[in-house]
Every structure is written in C-alpha cells, then in structure tokens.
Design a protein around this ligand. Structure first.
Ligand code: MN
Length: 488
C-alpha cells in the first residue's frame, strides 16, 4: 500500500540571459548530466525529472506553479549553476507549496588548476549563485533542505535520498485519512490534541467512527476467509499449542482472524491509511485487536493505541519514509526501565500492538489474558526487536503549536523474557538514559512513539521542516543545560 513508483521530484536549474545562448546550452547539458547521474546512481528512491533552465521571473513562476499543480510531483530540487538574480525568484518561491531542496553543487568536482580561465569561472558560479538563492529563500522564510557537495559523492546523494523519502511521506500526509475507532483513553492528556490544527499543519484528516461500524464488518467476515487467514497465521508464525484447528484455544485464533478481516475491510472501504482504537471502547468486539493491529502495521498502516491519532499519523508517515529500507518501523511505548549503573536501558513494548517488521526472528503467535479492557484473551505476536541503531519519535500538541522530539537509541538484545507475552524492544538511549529521559521529559514528549530501525534523525528533521513544526533532537551530543535553553 506504499508505492514510490509514480512519484517524481522536479529539478530546475537557475540562470539568467547575461551569459548568452551558448553558455545557457552548456548549463542545460550539464543539468541533464547531473540529473542522469543522480538517477543512475541507484541511490535515490524517487525519480528526479529535469524540467528546465529558468532565466526569467515569468519562467520561474510558471514552472513552480506547474510543480505545485502536478499530482505526482513531491518536491522541487533547485541548482544555481550560474548566478540567478534572487528577485526573479520572489514571485515563484513565495507561492511554492512543494518541499524545496537546494542542491548546492558544481558540475566539476575539481578546480582545473592549469587551465582555469574566466570562461570557466563564469560558467561555474554555484559558489556565489547559491548564496544569492539562499539569501532570497531566507528573506522569504522558506523552509528548505540545503545539500552541499559534489553531486557524484555518495553522501550528497544520500542526503538527497533522505529528503526524497521525507517528501514522499509529506505527499502521503496531504489528505491522509485517519479513522478513530472510539475516543482517546479517558483522562489522558498527551494523546489529546487539536485535530483542526493538525489538519492545517500536516494535511491529514482525523475523524471518529462508532465501534458498531467496525463490528458490522467483523460479523460479516466469511468462514472460508477466516479458515484461510488462520492458515496464513500458521504458515507465517510459530503457533502456540492449542491455537491450531482442533486445539482448545482455536476459537480465539478464529476470532482474531475475524477481527483482522473486519478491520481490513473497514479501512479499505474508507480509504484510511491509519487508525486508532482503545481498550475502553470494545463493545461488540470479543478481543482487543492485537495480531490484527500488528499485521496491518506490517502492511503499512499507521496505528495508535488508546485513541492516539497523532502517533497513528506519525507511524504511517515514518512507514512511508522507510519504504524499501532494511529495518522495520512500529508504534512503540517506553514501558519499563532497567536502572543498573553502567547498563541502563529502556524496555519498550505495548500491551499487544508492536509491528512485526522490527522482529529479530519469526514471531510467535500466542493467546494470553489481558489485565484491562474486560474482554476475552487477545491473540498477539510475541518477539524481540532486532538489534541496531534506531530512532524514537513523538509529536505532542503544546497548545499553540506542535513539537516533534527525536531520540537516537541503540537497540540491544534482551535476555530471555519467558514470562512476558508481548513483543518488545530493549534499547540504550543516547547519550545515556539519565540525559535522554530527562531531556524527553523536559520537552514534554509522549510515552507513545514512532520507532524505527530504518530511519535516521535526518529523515524526521526534513519532515518536520516541511510541516513547519518545531523539532528537537536527543542524541550523542545532547547536554541537558543546553537542551533546556533550546526549549526555552
Ligand atoms: Mn499505550
């Protein structure tokens, strides 16, 4: 349900007529070579399309208007090969709605020391042309990514790739539909928020649906489809004794499958890409959706528990950003600490709903009691998350604005947890737990997060810039006093 293949980023080169037609032809040919080189590198997840050398205010305005109107254009990359006077860009840039990446590069990597003359200097003017462009963008307060370096360098291509992924998620967020099944958990503050402002800011629409709408789909699930899904579970996971056909708990597995089928139909019919539920609103459902929420997340749906629509949206956007990358992405919650000196770590989990894309090994499909919710024992997938660097991300509503917090962590292998029947991840935050947890708490970060083994802080930094929301980072460099000053 996530597809980059129709997406494009449009590439424009800024110049002017001062240099004469011959120079502009060289600029065009060089631009084509740069775009072909970027596409041919295999480093970019989205196709870049060269859309021309822009030399007048009218051309610039028309080109950027077209980029905004093109449904598959997710962003604009601009390169100032020569000097393109900034006033020419005011009309176009001040109306541009698409994300902007300023690629500050030069055709030739090296100065040709023995042959360089004024013709070469006049044709290769990024060093000052890019500054003129930067000035007008800053003067107009336009958020953009600035990528500096030679276009053949893998690090330069990687930074453009990160921006393309964030742009794809931003594109997906515009008009994204999020279904809230039930309200948020009673009395909880951090899962609340201004849904109108969220739609203005992020582009996604959050609307509530009665549980009866879902229950009708669950009850309509056909027995043959339930049989087939139970077989799929058996083929995909290790299955706990008693859950297979003929087993004492098989009816639990069938009920879980029925809930998954109903949820899938409900989400597909409504065109939703993310959803929330809550254990306080389960009337008509015999189990809290466990394996259903887990497998829907694995297919690319955003999910937030306890009515947490902000994190449902975030998980969906992070899944779009991470599309095709190694490592999974999940809804997550900071659950329990290990506070041993020198080995401090966070055990992250949820009651049930952790995405199996982050699993280190084949998940185990199990049924166990759930202390809250007052329904039948829910079926869930149990596993440990794979080890490696990861990010934990939250979006909170500060009353007058949204704030994103990004925390870099290292996932480590947990010891055996034979009595813990939920999926989990164990991580050490950077720079250490005391600093990271204090910083997170000072920032007002939620207990719920979007967690990813695939993304880096830079993906979220680019995404937050596109949304125009505040974003703070907790990483190896974080020092608490400086961090608190930054918040103030
Ligand atoms: Mn929770």
């Amino acid at each position: 349900m996530i597809d980059y293949s129709p997406l494009e980023a449009w590439f424009f080169t800024g110049s002017q007529h001062l240099y004469g037609p011959e120079a502009l032809e060289r600029v065009r040919a060089n631009s084509e070579a740069v775009v072909a080189g970027l596409n041919g590198s295999g480093a970019l997840p989205v196709r870049v399309v060269f859309k021309g050398v822009l030399t007048t205010p009218d051309e610039i305005s028309a080109a950027l208007r077209e980029a905004d109107a093109a449904p598959n254009c997710i962003g604009v990359i601009a390169w100032m090969h020569t000097f393109s006077p900034g006033k020419m860009w005011i009309g176009g840039l001040s109306r541009l709605r698409r994300p902007l990446c300023h690629l500050h590069t030069q055709m030739e990597r090296d100065i040709p020391w023995s042959t360089i003359d004024m013709d070469f200097m006049n044709l290769n003017q990024s060093a000052h042309g890019g500054r003129e462009f930067g000035y007008i963008c800053s003067r107009l307060a336009i958020e953009r990514k600035v990528v500096v370096g030679h276009w053949r360098e893998p690090m330069v291509q990687e930074r453009v790739a990160v921006w393309l992924r964030a742009s794809a998620a931003w594109h997906d967020s515009q008009g994204m539909r999020i279904a809230r099944i039930g309200d948020n958990m009673r009395q909880v503050a951090v899962t609340e928020g201004d849904k109108v402002e969220a739609e203005v800011r992020f582009g996604y629409a959050v609307n509530g649906y009665g549980l009866g709408d879902l229950v009708a789909h669950v009850e309509a699930a056909e027995e043959a489809a339930v049989d087939a899904l139970c077989e799929e579970y058996a083929d995909s996971y290790t299955i706990m004794e008693g859950l297979l056909p003929g087993g004492a708990r098989h009816s639990s597995l069938r009920e879980a499958a029925r809930i998954e089928l109903g949820l899938r139909r409900f989400l597909a019919d409504g065109g939703f890409h993310a959803f929330t539920d809550t254990f306080e609103n389960l009337h008509g459902l015999r189990q809290l959706p466990g394996i259903a929420a887990q497998r829907l997340m694995a297919d690319g749906y955003g999910f937030g528990a306890e009515g947490d629509w902000k994190h449902a949206a975030l998980v969906r956007s992070m899944k779009v950003m991470a599309h095709g990358l190694p490592g999974g992405t999940s809804f997550m919650e900071d659950y329990t600490y290990h506070l041993e000196t020198g080995g401090q770590a966070v055990l992250g989990a949820h009651m049930l709903e952790i995405c199996p894309t982050i699993a280190a090994n084949t998940p185990s499909c199990e049924v166990h009691p759930l202390g809250i919710g007052g329904r039948e024992d829910p079926v869930r997938l149990v596993f440990d998350a794979a080890a490696g660097p990861a990010v934990n991300v939250t979006v909170v509503d500060m009353g007058d604005r949204f704030r994103m917090v990004v925390s870099e962590v290292e996932v480590i292998e947990p010891l055996a947890l034979p009595k813990l029947p939920v999926a989990r991840a164990l991580w050490e935050p950077r720079p250490d737990l005391e600093t990271a947890a204090a910083a997170w708490i000072h920032a007002g970060g939620a207990h719920h997060t979007g967690f990813s083994l695939a993304l880096t802080a830079e993906h979220l930094e680019d995404f937050a810039a596109m949304a125009g929301v505040e974003c703070v980072f907790i990483d190896g460099e974080t020092e608490l006093r400086r961090f608190r000053r930054e918040l103030r």
